[in-house]
Design a protein around this ligand. Structure first.
Ligand code: TXA
Ligand code: MG
Length: 320
């Protein structure tokens, strides 16, 4: 007898609208990574997201809107300084953390904070859905502490076959989460490296967003171990050839050779961070599938801000 692979649950936009109206979370595509959505006005749906993900209640969610007008309904005085960023990067991979009005967003979605995170995804299927449901809160569609999902198979891996996944012909483009900017004391602060580089933000606001690597994290999410495979990752810029053989595998670049390595997984070319970021989460998951327990990671990349998001995720994945 042939064992048939169980079909995962794929839903249409109309089905997603009705599931969301009944407080059932639905996995939705965005251009960065997949999200796990509930309606932003639905406390029960939001509660279910936290339970499904096993997410600490102190880690707030991003509200996904379909326009600047929709954002204005939440924000307690949209600062003028937000407008050029919205014009430049929305729809797109930039999340803005802003003070919110009382009573417009359930406390549970913002973890009790007086601020909330907002972005407008650059994904036609997601935007069509949001136009019908209203704003959706959506953390990344992975179990807490696992790499974000960049393809539907990652969602099935974490949540099984019964979680509804919105059908779309459009894949994630970046493979890494949005960049988070926090408006505080009349300046933009960087809450998370991501899809939009600090340099492109500087070109719009005239300064590099302030970054507090050593301080108390500005994003509650930064406190939790993130993007972590089971394997122990050792990040190195140089090593002796023989040393590579002491690891189960090397995670490196396709234009380099790792002569003594037992196994090699390629992120992409060392000359271009974008395809490397796109593949990172899939490769971190594959390390687990192969049951590697020790992995040498080649981080010998140019000191360019374009590599910062990838290096940030690798550091977190290695437990630093
Ligand atoms: O690309 C993305 O941003 C994806 C897609 C699905 O949109 N979403 C995503 O969500 O990465 P999540 O929940 O995995 O990460 C949201 C981050 C967390 O680190 C959280 O702490 C931060 O946003 N955040 C949310 N509200 C905040 C607030 N009021 N102040 C500071 N950080 C906040
Ligand atoms: Mg996440």
């Amino acid at each position: 007898m042939v064992a048939l692979k169980k079909e995962a649950m794929r839903v249409t936009i109309a089905e997603a609208v009705s599931l969301l109206a009944n407080s059932s979370p639905v996995a939705i595509p965005t251009e960065t990574v997949w999200g796990l959505a509930a309606r932003a006005d639905d406390e029960e749906g939001i509660r279910r997201i936290f339970t499904l993900k096993n997410r600490p209640p102190s880690n707030p969610l991003i509200v996904h809107v379909d326009s600047k007008t929709s954002l204005e309904a939440y924000v307690n005085g949209l600062p003028d300084e937000a407008l050029p960023l919205i014009d430049a990067f929305w729809p797109g991979g930039l999340t803005l953390v802003l003070p919110v009005k009382e009573g417009v967003l359930p406390k549970i979605a913002r973890a009790g904070l007086p601020t909330a995170a907002f972005r407008m995804p650059d994904h036609e299927t997601a935007l069509t859905l949001i136009q019908q449901t209203g704003p959706l809160v959506a953390p990344s569609a992975n179990k807490s502490g696992r790499p974000s999902a960049t393809i539907p198979e990652h969602i099935e891996e974490d949540f099984g076959m019964d979680l509804p996944i919105l059908n779309t012909p459009i894949p994630c483009r970046h493979g890494i989460e949005s960049t988070i900017l926090i408006w505080k004391a009349s300046k933009w602060h960087l809450g998370r490296f991501g899809a939009i580089s600090p340099c492109s933000i500087e070109s719009i606001i005239g300064y590099l967003p302030l970054y507090h690597a050593e301080d108390r994290p500005l994003c509650p999410g930064q406190m939790f171990r993130h993007y972590a495979p089971q394997a122990r990752l050792t990040l190195k810029t140089t090593w002796e050839q023989e040393e590579a053989a002491t690891f189960d595998a090397v995670l490196g670049f396709s234009d380099r050779s790792y002569l003594k390595a037992k196994a090699v997984l390629h992120l992409g070319p060392s000359t271009n961070p974008e395809p490397c970021m796109y593949r990172l989460y899939d490769l971190l998951r594959r390390l687990d599938q192969h049951k590697f327990s020790s992995v040498l990671v080649d981080i010998d990349v140019p000191p360019s801000p374009l590599w910062l998001a990838l290096l940030d995720r690798l550091k977190k994945a290695s437990g630093h």
